[in-house]
Design a protein around this ligand. Structure first.
Ligand SMILES: NC(=O)c1ccc[n+]([C@@H]2O[C@H](COP(=O)([O-])OP(=O)(O)OC[C@H]3O[C@@H](n4cnc5c(N)ncnc54)[C@H](OP(=O)(O)O)[C@@H]3O)[C@@H](O)[C@H]2O)c1
Length: 698
């Protein structure tokens, strides 16, 4: 204003002043003095100019520049908000630039450095552009049976970071109808706003109240994610807003990250004062701090050998469960001559009999064990056989641990695997399961020290480094080690760094990317319940058109109802359930044939493997069959899904694993074994150039 007065230009609006005589450029001084209420609009403690303010600037400037003058009620505004404007203690000047055309004027709201905060257009001279001139609010109140108190609304908003000062808190209790996704509230404009509201086209604080109400509609769909208004498709102000009125709102569209609503301000009799259409609220990614709180990953860190290798002369006396691949053999020269070698075949032939007693005898004289039976290749083309082999390996390992536990002496077990970490995983082997199993043994059998050592090659250099690790790197200090090209790496669990290039705490708009395609099939194994069904919903919600659930059972009537409701809610999504035991190759093959004939012409683009069977128990009570049962759906299931989608370019191959495979959990050795198989199998797929992602749900 000061500046406006200095320039002798009077735009007859409390916010704007003309910058030139062409009436195409205006300024707006934003400061604690001129626009104090803006500072009460904060997100995560940062004051931001609300989108509603740009609406007022756009309307006011166009109205002020129009020659001849046009009534406000014949103007229709549309606007999109491009970037947040952060308010600082010092004053700021926003500039509003207009490009008048015949029947409409486009406008931009810019910072002093020409960053665009908002852009839009005002179409002029329209009559009867609103859809409804009045609404039956009594009928709406009757339909809206749930009442959300104003306190709850503002609590929900504050949970996603919006802090409003008293001037912005003008909503009354919101009445809500879940079925029709509509809401209505009354509003009694506070004194502070009344003082200025008649000088505005639509006071930003009041328009912001409309936007606040979207929190009620979004809370079910988007839960605790912050949503920012990203645009308004149409706003028409028919009459000045009143001191007592109602706000009505209805959801018109809901996609992955975006909610669209329409609605109006109405007077006490239901006459529409202002109508809004296609008001878009865009939801944010989870904030970085929240991601960091929940996401962890395993990273390898190099450690340097303190002394030169192979110098110590000390040779450990160990019991070696030797591999056929030759690593144990190469290691022999680094071990004490009294070390003993046990071959897998010798144990396997005892499987039917009392293998556990044999194991007891084997370990009697040895406190240090090297277990290399995990170095067995598995043939991915025979999923059933792979499970048999894996279950036997786990059972043998279980017997070793149980036999050692019965001894009173302090023992250590070192599991040596071959190419079973990170980028080295280039084949499927039994070590995949031993990772999870060992991590669980660490928790369940604290009296024994465990160590996992992975070799990326069988060169003499790596074998001699292995010998050195056996002497110098104790399992207690280094539970997981990887040896590659003479270097030693140790694993550490760390929070997943979240690099967004964020410059401030203000959340960014999530880039609009389509997660799932309409004409593509997404297969969810184990998708009738739990996380599997959540995944089905997520895919439908995010645009996936064809969803096939694989499950051994037929969906219950309730589940069929839920599937139908899902299809109703997300039109364009078809959800079918195919009866299939994913552990059986023939079942999976048939299921994929049936999927191809159901969704003709739609390629399979994603596989989500959520199938699980549990059989918990302490090591002492678990049997071979219990490993078999738990490994089957995850291991054979995953291999079958991998085989069935060979040659197809999948966007997703996601395996639902557990944090148990990572951190271990007593009584769940078999479950951890099955899950670490998934973790490593996904690495294997990636190393083959295929999509693969394991999620270790906590
Ligand atoms: N829920 C959690 O908190 C959590 C935590 C960590 C990890 N996870 C992992 O996330 C996944 C889902 O867990 P959830 O708790 O949601 O499981 P859930 O509700 O028990 O669902 C498992 C589903 O797997 C199906 N299934 C089992 N064996 C199958 C087979 N051979 N063929 C086809 N389908 C089979 C079951 O259906 P049928 O019986 O009809 O076949 C069932 O619907 C699991 O892989 C689990 O390990 C979950």
């Amino acid at each position: 204003h000061q500046q406006a007065n200095q320039r002798g230009v009077n735009a007859s609006h409390p916010l704007i002043y003309g910058i030139n005589s062409d009436n195409v450029e205006f300024g707006c001084l934003v400061s604690q003095d001129t626009t104090p209420y803006l500072y009460e609009h904060q997100n995560n403690g940062v004051a931001l100019v609300p989108g509603a303010f740009y609406v007022e600037l756009g309307l006011a400037c166009v109205m002020s520049s129009s020659r001849p003058k046009v009534p406000l009620s014949t103007c229709q505004l549309s606007i999109s908000f491009s970037a947040p404007c952060v308010l600082t203690q010092s004053s700021q000047v926003l500039s509003i630039k207009l490009s008048p055309q015949k029947t409409m004027t486009t406008f931009e709201v810019l910072s002093s450095s020409n960053a665009v905060y908002a852009a839009g257009q005002v179409a002029k001279g329209l009559e009867g552009v609103v859809e409804e001139s009045s609404i039956s609010f009594q009928a709406i109140y009757r339909r809206c049976k749930s009442v959300i108190s104003r306190k709850e609304v503002y609590e929900a908003l504050s949970q996603v970071g919006f802090q409003y000062g008293s001037i912005f808190r003008q909503l009354g209790d919101v009445h809500y109808c879940q079925e029709l996704k509509e809401a209505i509230t009354s509003i009694k404009v506070n004194e502070e706003t009344i003082r200025h509201m008649y000088s505005y086209c639509i006071h930003p604080v009041l328009l912001d109240c409309f936007l606040q109400m979207t929190a009620v509609l979004s809370s079910r769909t988007f839960q605790s994610r912050a949503g920012f208004p990203s645009g308004i498709g149409s706003l028409v102000v028919l009459r000045p807003l009143e001191e007592e009125m109602m706000i009505y709102m209805r959801m018109s569209k809901s996609t992955g990250n975006c909610l669209e609503v329409c609605g109006c301000f109405v007077d006490k009799h239901g006459s529409v004062l202002a109508e809004l259409k296609r008001v878009a609220i865009t939801f944010m990614k989870e904030s970085s701090s929240r991601d960091n709180e929940f996401l962890f990953e395993n990273k390898w860190k190099e450690v340097s050998l303190s002394q030169t290798i192979g110098h110590l002369g000390f040779k450990p006396r160990v019991l070696v469960f030797a591999d056929k691949f030759g690593i144990a053999e190469q290691l022999r020269k680094h071990l004490h001559p009294a070390s003993r070698y046990v071959m897998y075949e010798g144990w396997e032939c005892l499987m039917e009999g009392d293998a556990q007693s044999k194991m007891r005898v084997e370990v009697e004289d040895y406190d240090e064990i090297l277990f290399l039976w995990g170095i067995q290749k598995l043939n991915e083309d025979f999923p059933g056989k792979a499970v048999d082999q894996l279950a036997k390996c786990c059972e043998a390992y279980r017997q070793v641990v149980v036999a050692l536990r019965e001894k009173t002496s302090r023992c250590s077990v070192r599991v040596i695997t071959y190419r079973t970490t990170d980028r080295y995983v280039d084949h499927v082997n039994c070590g995949f399961a031993l990772y999870g199993m060992t991590r669980t043994c660490v928790v369940e059998v604290p009296e024994i020290t465990f160590q996992l050592i992975d070799l990326s090659s069988s060169t003499s250099l790596d074998i001699s480094v292995l010998a050195d690790v056996l002497v110098k790197y104790k399992g207690g200090d280094y539970p997981e080690v990887c040896i590659s090209q003479g270097r030693i790496y140790v694993s550490e669990i760390r929070r997943t760094p979240y690099d967004t290039g964020v410059l401030s705490d203000i959340p960014l708009y999530e880039p609009q990317k389509q997660l799932f395609k309409q004409n593509a099939v997404y297969v969810v194994a184990g998708g009738l319940t739990g996380l599997g069904f959540e995944t089905v919903k997520f895919i439908a919600e995010n645009g996936g058109g064809c969803i096939a659930i694989l499950s051994r059972r037929i969906p219950s009537r309730e589940k069929q109802e839920e599937m139908r409701a899902l299809q109703q809610q997300y039109k364009g999504s078809k959800v079918v359930s195919v009866q299939c035991d994913v552990a059986l190759t023939s079942d999976v093959e048939k299921a994929f044939q049936s999927i191809a004939s159901t969704f003709v012409g739609c390629p399979v683009k994603g596989v989500f493997q959520s199938a699980v069977a549990l059989h918990d128990g302490h090591l002492e009570v678990l049997k071979l069959a219990d490993f078999h049962k738990v490994l089957s759906p995850k291991v054979a299931g995953t291999l079958n899904l991998h085989r069935a989608t060979r040659g197809q370019e999948l966007d997703y191959f996601v395996c639902y694993s557990s944090v148990t495979s990572f951190l271990g959990n007593a009584t769940q050795t078999n479950y951890a074994a099955a899950n670490s198989f998934l973790d490593l199998f996904c690495l294997y797929r990636r190393n083959c150039g295929l999509s693969g992602q394991a999620i270790n749900w906590g």
